[in-house]
Design a protein around this ligand. Structure first.
Ligand SMILES: [Ca+2]
Length: 332
């Protein structure tokens, strides 16, 4: 659900540690209520969402600029790394082992999520594993600070301007304390790293206690990720990625969304398995150390890219999910 590129977890951890160090050493930053763009923001929120000027002013006064966030947002990892390096970040034995333990611990919840939403439980776990190491690294910035900093002081700010609005509306709807929720430097929250608009659209109260707690309640987080995938068109028991042996040159990496019918691909390559002739796929290429490989991405590949619009991300989630599925501890 991140529309911006997500740096690798190693960078993120370094960011967490240094942010703590900087935060303790630097002087308090002024709030955003006096920022030149604050008045426009407040006027839009009053008009669009019927907040009062005084409550908005008090929220923005509490928002602190975080310079570290402005540095971090400029560092894309996925565009620069080839697949064979990218995959190593997410497919180490440790992440697989912790994922299998996470699945065992929440086995009943995963079974219920898979049944309720028709989604592969291993893919849900893999997304949470890639996003936050199964909830271990969910981000330590105040969401109010992160989104305000990016909404007001980041040049490519329209997305964050919208997300800051969504955040304030979400907090009102859920009766959350605006100043206390935590997330990533980009305002992504909880085990599945939902940005506020995604929270409002897809978060669910999966344990029925009346709260949507994606921060500390794995049950709500697992249900919410499952709902996100279902609502974006996950097809139960259908493939994600399959190899294709090419017979002729093809166009690849043109689209994340499937657009070629398998019957029209037959003269271009061969694959294993039988699928309906009108099944749509896209062709994606991945760089290995000494070669390139082309895979067919199906609808479920596209659904994973709705979480993060990167073919590298989608394959990492898929491969991690297959590694988790080898666990004997959990049967869907
Ligand atoms: Ca709940």
């Amino acid at each position: 659900m991140l529309k911006w590129r997500w740096p690798n977890i190693a960078l993120l951890c370094m960011a967490c540690a240094s942010a703590v160090a900087e935060g303790s050493a630097s002087a308090p930053q002024p709030g955003y209520a006096q920022h030149p763009k604050a008045k426009a923001f407040i006027q839009e929120m009053v008009k669009e969402h019927q907040f009062t000027e005084s409550e908005l002013t008090s929220y923005l006064a509490k928002a602190e600029r975080q310079d570290r966030i402005l540095e971090l947002i400029q560092r894309p990892a996925e565009k620069t790394k080839p697949w064979y390096e990218y995959r190593d970040i997410f497919l180490q034995p440790k992440r697989i082992k912790e994922g299998q333990a996470f699945l065992r611990k929440h086995r009943v919840v995963f079974e219920r999520a898979a049944y309720t939403y028709g989604v592969d439980p291993y893919v849900i776990a893999a997304i949470i594993g890639v996003e936050t190491y199964y909830g271990r690294i969910t981000g330590d910035y105040r969401v109010l600070d992160a989104l305000s900093t990016l909404a007001f002081d980041y040049p490519k700010r329209p997305l964050f301007w919208r997300e800051l609005k969504e955040y304030l509306v979400m907090s009102r709807e859920e009766k959350f304390d605006v100043a206390s929720l935590k997330g990533s430097y980009a305002g992504a929250m909880g085990l599945g790293q939902f940005i506020p608009s995604s929270f409002r659209a897809y978060a669910v109260d999966f344990d029925g206690d009346g709260k949507k707690d994606i921060w500390s309640n794995p049950e709500d987080a697992i249900g919410s990720v499952a709902n996100y995938l279902a609502r974006h068109g996950w097809k139960k028991d259908q493939p994600v990625l399959k190899p294709i042996a090419l017979l002729k040159p093809v166009t690849f990496n043109a689209h994340l969304k499937p657009y070629v019918k398998l019957k029209d691909l037959a003269t271009y390559g061969r694959w294993k398995g039988h699928y309906q002739d009108d099944t749509l796929v896209t062709l994606v290429e991945y760089q290995q150390p000494k070669s390139k490989e082309t895979l067919m991405g199906f609808q479920n590949f596209y659904v994973i890219t709705r979480y993060n619009r990167s073919r590298l991300y989608a394959r990492a989630v898929y491969e991690l999910s297959r590694a988790l599925a080898k666990s004997k501890a959990f049967k869907s």
